[in-house]
Ligand binder design. Structure first.
Ligand code: ZN
Length: 146
């Protein structure tokens, strides 16, 4: 995968290469909606998006986009204090996290708007979207009232 070009600078390692399959995901994210993939054959939801179901291998129209409701809980995290890759170096410290979505999938993301001392395993979170260059938005999570 080739990193997306950064205007006036080097490569960006945080932005996706959007293709025909992932276009609906990124278009929805730009509108503030998180899409997951749901399999009608086994009634399970997965993330990251795949054209086939990673549980029962169904594909085609059996696996479709499904909008996430937004709630999640914090599974684990790490506070990153040093990252030499642009643009992460300008964001430190930040909270790299894995969250459990209400629909079931576990997702790598970032927790924002939460002091390091307030992070707790299982704490309720809700999805938010961080605008990036090129009309892209990236899903992140922030604390939610229980
Ligand atoms: Zn399935």
């Amino acid at each position: 995968m080739t990193p997306a070009p950064q205007p006036g600078g080097g490569p960006r390692f945080d932005l996706p290469d959007v293709d025909e399959f992932t276009r609906p995901y990124w278009d929805a994210a730009a509108e503030g909606r998180l899409l997951l993939r749901h399999c009608a054959a086994c009634d399970r939801t997965h993330h990251y998006p795949r054209e086939f179901c990673p549980y029962c291998w169904a594909d085609g129209d059996t696996v479709r986009w499904q909008e996430a409701e937004g709630p999640a809980t914090l599974y684990t995290w790490s506070v990153v204090h040093r990252n030499d890759l642009p643009p992460f170096g300008g964001r430190v410290p930040y909270v790299a996290a894995v969250v459990d979505l209400a629909e079931g999938p576990r997702m790598m993301t970032e927790v924002i708007d939460c002091a390091e001392a307030d992070l707790r395993i299982g704490m309720p979170l809700t999805v938010a979207f961080r605008p990036e260059t090129g009309g892209l938005s990236v899903p992140v999570f922030r604390p939610r009232a229980a």
